[in-house]
Design a protein around this ligand. Structure first.
Ligand code: ATP
Ligand code: 3PG
Length: 397
């Protein structure tokens, strides 16, 4: 049974709170280009500080050697704007200076510790028992009274700050974690027919997801769009044209055979676009599949596809959306994503996977979904029935 903040005696308690505020950075790299994930955690942090907790914040940003690998100074500054509680930052995570700052925390205040991934162990995976013995967890457990995991978007990572503390301290789910588990947990018990929309450009991953959800019966129908839809059209023998075919072959990598096999095994449960949209001059031109191939790359799905998929949503019990239908960053090719995602809200319960998809619906001003996740890979793991290390750790705490 996972304990929540309802079960935590917060007054005066030094609480280590793991959040996921991993965010796109501004061009200059010294600021945040998007603060959606910081805003997502305001509820948890406000509740804890208003209840008198002494909050030490743990988080990662980027990956070693990656462009977005940075300190959390800018995150702390933004959180100070977003929270009514005082927020300070220290450029240390678990050394004696950091521990002293945690011990000196006043009730109702927040200290942002430095990026956990600045320390080598955090970039490795451990079983929870071994994670509990890492330097980060051992040192910080000596100054924390309790641990809250609110980092749903990193819940699929078995890293020390995610799975180690539950072995050492009383541990609880934060409100983001609680909400995500309510929205995405037990997906197999959600009303059917369950319809998965697989779009975007992570084609090899999406083909594997299609196999998982079809084989397990989680999905009654898989609707494909984006490069994923183009790939299944290609796998079904349709030649889209040299430009699109080469995009498909590069993105599908060695999974094209699996797409062909899935079409043979589930001909009635996988749907492909009826039409695509191309750019000709300054125009958006929609081309029926029967009129393919064309020279220009397929950059979106067309109205016939939107209408056909909308019919499916009308009778869907649950719609799960991951990946946009087209190059939504260009307004002319956002038509598919707008139409498809809006139509999906007709389903009994609509869920949007996190990451770029959640960013897309914010950018396009789309609304009406029952659950919009903060997690990309973590949401997908839950939506395909995979266990999440962070959740297992909290559950055994
Ligand atoms: N037909 C298309 N041709 C080329 N690119 C496309 C097409 N359709 C969608 N895309 C691109 O796919 C990208 C998003 O795909 P991606 O798979 O990363 O989404 P996502 O699954 O939501 O991401 P994440 O897993 O990070 O949440 C967008 O940048 C979009 O431009
Ligand atoms: O942005 C995300 O998907 C999460 O913060 C996890 O980041 P990671 O893929 O670098 O572990």
């Amino acid at each position: 049974m996972i304990r929540t903040l309802d079960d935590l005696d917060a007054e005066g308690t030094a609480v280590g709170v793991r959040v996921d505020i991993n965010s796109p950075l501004s061009e200059s790299g010294d600021g945040l280009a998007d603060d959606a994930r910081l805003r997502a955690h305001v509820g948890t942090l406000s509740e804890l500080t208003e209840r008198g907790a002494r909050v030490a914040l743990l988080a990662h940003q980027g990956r070693p050697a990656g462009d977005a690998f940075s300190s959390l100074a800018a995150h702390a500054e933004r959180l100070d704007d977003l929270l009514s509680a005082p927020v300070e930052y220290v450029d240390a995570t678990f050394c004696s200076d950091a521990r002293r700052r945690v011990e000196a925390l006043e009730a109702g205040s927040v200290l942002v510790l430095e990026n956990t991934r600045f320390y080598s162990e955090e970039n490795m995976s451990f079983d929870p028992a071994d994670a509990a013995e890492t330097h980060l967890v051992v040192n910080l457990s000596s100054v924390f009274d309790a641990f809250v995991n609110d980092a749903f978007a990193a819940a699929h990572r078995s890293q020390p700050s995610i799975v180690g503390f539950a072995e050492q301290l009383p541990s609880f789910a934060g409100r983001v974690m609680e909400r995500e588990l309510e929205g995405l947990g037990n997906i197999g018990e959600r009303a059917s027919p369950r319809v998965y929309v697989l779009g975007g450009a992570k084609v090899d991953d999406s083909i594997e997801i299609a196999e998982t959800v079809l084989e397990s019966g989680l999905a009654d129908t898989v609707l494909t769009a984006g490069v994923v839809g183009n790939t299944f059209l290609h796998a079904s023998g349709v030649s889209l044209g040299s430009e699109s075919d080469s995009v498909v072959e590069s993105r599908a990598r060695d999974r094209l055979g699996l797409a062909e096999s899935l079409l043979e095994r589930y001909p009635d449960r996988i749907r492909m676009p009826n039409d695509i949209a191309i750019e000709r001059g300054d125009e958006r031109i929609e081309v029926a599949v029967e009129e393919l191939p064309v020279d220009e790359p397929a950059l979106d799905v067309g109205q016939r596809t939107i209408d056909a998929y909308a019919d499916v949503f009308e009778t869907a019990g649950t719609a799960i959306l991951n990946g946009p239908a087209g190059v939504f960053e260009e307004e002319r090719f956002a038509v598919g994503t707008r139409g498809l995602f809006q139509a999906a809200t007709a389903a009994g319960f609509s869920i949007v996977g996190g990451g770029d998809t959640a960013a897309a619906i914010r950018r396009l001003g789309l609304s009406g979904f029952d659950h919009v996740s903060t997690g990309g890979g973590a949401a997908l793991a839950m939506l395909t029935g995979e266990p999440l290390p962070a959740v297992s750790a909290l559950d055994s705490a």
